[in-house]
Write a protein that binds this ligand. Sequence first.
Ligand SMILES: [Zn+2]
Length: 72
Amino acid sequence: MSGWDELDRFLLTDPRDVGCDEAIRLLHVYADVVLAHGRDHAVARYPGIAAHFLACGPCREDLEGLLLAAGG
Ligand SMILES: [Zn+2]
């Protein structure tokens, strides 16, 4: 196994990524934490969901929409 293979895999898929279903299921929980404690706290608390929002445009848009609607 070469370092480049590892790097490629890291860039393509984050192993912590929970996937769309879980991200959407916990979207409002994640948004609540962002609004209450800030994004850094949400990332630290839910790294798998944060990884998914980084990787998945549609889910990230849902999150941003929710934060916007909530005034965050
Ligand atoms: Zn997604």
